[in-house]
Design a protein around this ligand. Structure first.
Ligand SMILES: [Zn+2]
Length: 218
């Protein structure tokens, strides 16, 4: 049974507290007892919150709920593998878009999206850790993708081998301020869009898992 009381001032609050206290004491002398809300066991019970659901619970039920909330943590290792695999889709998209002479940075959004999806699929869990791990992986993968995109473009344009194209890129990067600027612009767009993707995923995830940790004694 739940009773909601609205209190106008502190004095009323104290009066109500006294009334409730007397009520529960006289109920106890009449043989009424507190019992666990889930299993109706009348042993040691205490107020607690299970996944945001507040009430009176026994040790057994509370510990069970605590374990359940812990065991739903999925598989973090597989999640990381999923995030890496997912980010590779983003790398492929980045390299492909680069060959079309379009600003490849727009793939920064896709990269985080697929990376986090990969974490979710293989790790079987959406959580804050996954957002952070996916972001770190993608920060590195953007550099890999940009490098690959440029080197492959040079290979195609000049009919170079991979190592020759990589060496050519290294020299031009050192010598040409224009190329440097172009590279920085590309990376900034990529990282900027990645932050947008991360922000929206993070907000949604944090909202969904917000009650997860709410299994506590009160
Ligand atoms: Zn119980």
């Amino acid at each position: 049974m739940k009773i909601h009381l609205k209190v106008k001032n502190a004095q009323d609050g104290q009066k109500i507290y006294r009334v409730v206290d007397e009520m529960s004491q006289s109920l106890q002398t009449l043989g009424f007892q507190n019992c666990c809300q889930t299993c109706e066991n009348q042993g040691m019970v205490f107020p607690a919150s299970i996944k945001g659901n507040q009430g009176i619970f026994c040790d057994t039920c509370f510990n069970k709920a605590l374990q359940e909330s812990g065991s739903s943590s999925g598989n973090f290792g597989l999640g990381v593998v999923g995030a890496i695999l997912g980010s590779l889709i983003g790398v492929a998209a980045w390299v492909g878009i680069y060959q079309l002479n379009i600003i490849a940075g727009i793939a920064g959004f896709l990269m985080f999206y697929f990376s986090f999806k990969g974490y979710e699929l293989l790790g079987k869990k959406k959580d804050k850790k996954g957002v952070i791990v996916s972001l770190v992986i993608c920060i590195v993968m953007v550099l890999v993708a940009e490098f690959l995109g440029i080197v492959i473009a040079i290979m195609r344009e000049l009919n170079f081998s991979f190592s020759n194209a990589a060496a050519f890129f290294e020299v031009s990067l050192r010598d040409s301020a224009e190329i440097k600027l172009e590279l920085i612009k590309e990376l900034m767009i990529g990282y900027g869009l990645m932050i947008v993707a991360t922000y929206s995923s993070a907000r949604q995830t944090f909202k969904e898992v917000g009650n997860d940790k709410d299994t506590v004694r009160l």
